[in-house]
Design a protein around this ligand. Structure first.
Ligand code: SF4
Length: 383
């Protein structure tokens, strides 16, 4: 195995073993905080000397215990996150942060609270709808101060402004390395297949960012030294909440479809926006939230202009992709409601796309494979 293959495999192994990562950090005497989607200020956890660990459901379990707490129309990401908190997988966590951005997560925050009882602290986080005005920024800051206070209680220490400024720098460096990676993955899609791309990105959710940035940086340097590949297949942009199921991504590889870029919440939507670095770090984190844009989950006062649809269509063109694959999570209202606008922008830009209905309990990808095969045929005529 080459040095580069080893680096890739190490990250993929981490992406597939969050429980082992949790155990590792606990054995090092660290406290670990579970962080649910979306846009929780992980930097606060890091600044408190604890390890933030992303919880985005799982592709390997089925919903059983969580049924007691959830309506059947909740998406599987939310239900399977709770499942892992109930079945012992996440028992070593020292607490969780539960953002409440969508209509499922809002009630789920209370389901988490009731289900966890005395088991672990559950930190509620509400982001404001209006994040641009000063009152919205103040609201976000108030929320972050409250999260900070609860984290300080768990960590038994106060977070100093200097510690938080340092954590913001660590996170900005990580996001920059991830952005570098997705560009290099596009240039080297012969080496970075869709399955590998997903695993390499996903690993950051389960690692201290300093460790991850160092590993990813070394991999990026290796990729940069390679000649840009002369890809003979087709390329797409992926869009949606999450598409990390290796079985599903193997269907891309079978059809010679590479991923040129993504508009995925679990991937680029998280790392495309940095926090400013001033001497007011809580405000910097609030401004980072304000600056997030072109996002299905966030209010856009100019939504009538379909800026987001145009942004995604431009991403397809600028990345050199020929089409787009949209992963539509079952029961995800925000993504479903936005779809007609995205379709309108893609059609206007003459970009072929397919919409794949998925959830995390899916085990049979026959239909997905057929759809991808048909898309690959259409796109191959445009290469
Ligand atoms: S998949 Fe959709 S419904 Fe589920 S938590 Fe995410 S945004 Fe909310």
């Amino acid at each position: 195995m080459s040095n580069m293959d080893t680096k890739i495999q190490e990250l993929i192994d981490i992406s597939r073993s969050p429980k082992a990562q949790l155990k590792k950090y606990k054995e090092q005497g660290k406290k670990v905080i579970g962080v649910l989607p979306y846009y929780a200020p992980e930097e606060l956890v890091h600044a408190a000397g604890m390890v933030p660990m992303g919880i985005w459901g799982t592709n390997t379990k089925t919903i059983t215990r969580a049924k007691e707490y959830c309506a059947t129309f909740y998406c599987t990401i939310a239900q399977l996150a709770l499942e892992m908190l109930l079945d012992g997988t996440m028992d070593d966590l020292d607490g969780i942060i539960t953002p409440s951005i969508c209509d499922t997560l809002r009630p789920m925050t209370q389901n988490f609270r009731v289900a966890m009882g005395e088991k672990m602290p559950v930190i509620f986080l509400a982001h404001p709808q209006n994040r641009f005005e000063e009152f919205g920024i103040k609201f976000t800051m108030d929320q972050y101060h409250d999260v900070k206070k609860q984290l300080e209680k768990i960590a038994s220490k106060a977070i100093t402004p200097e510690e938080l400024e340092h954590s913001i720098k660590v996170y900005n460096a990580c996001r920059a390395e991830l952005r570098r990676f997705v560009k290099l993955a596009n240039d080297h899609c012969d080496v970075i297949t869709p399955v590998k791309r997903s695993g390499i990105i996903k690993a950051h959710w389960f690692m201290l960012k300093e460790e991850y940035t160092e590993m990813l940086g070394a991999l990026n340097d290796g990729l940069e030294a390679l000649p840009v590949c002369d890809w003979k297949g087709t390329k797409v942009v992926t869009s949606g909440i999450i598409c990390d199921n290796p079985k599903l991504l193997e269907a891309f590889e079978k059809n010679n479809i590479a991923i040129a870029a993504d508009d995925v919440a679990h991937e680029s939507r998280w790392f495309k926006t940095d926090a400013p670095e001033t001497n007011d770090p809580v405000r910097d984190l609030a401004i980072q939230y304000t600056n997030r844009d072109h996002d299905v989950l966030l209010y856009d006062p100019k939504s009538a202009e379909n800026r987001r649809g145009e942004f995604v269509a431009n991403l397809v063109k600028e990345s050199g992709a020929q089409g787009l694959v949209l992963f539509m999570q079952q029961f995800c209202d925000p993504e479903e409601m936005e779809y007609p606008y995205l379709k309108k922008a893609l059609d206007a830009a003459d970009i072929p796309h397919i919409k794949l209905g998925i959830d995390q309990q899916m085990r049979d990808f026959g239909q997905v494979e057929t759809s991808l095969q048909a898309l690959a045929d259409v796109l191959s005529m445009r290469v």
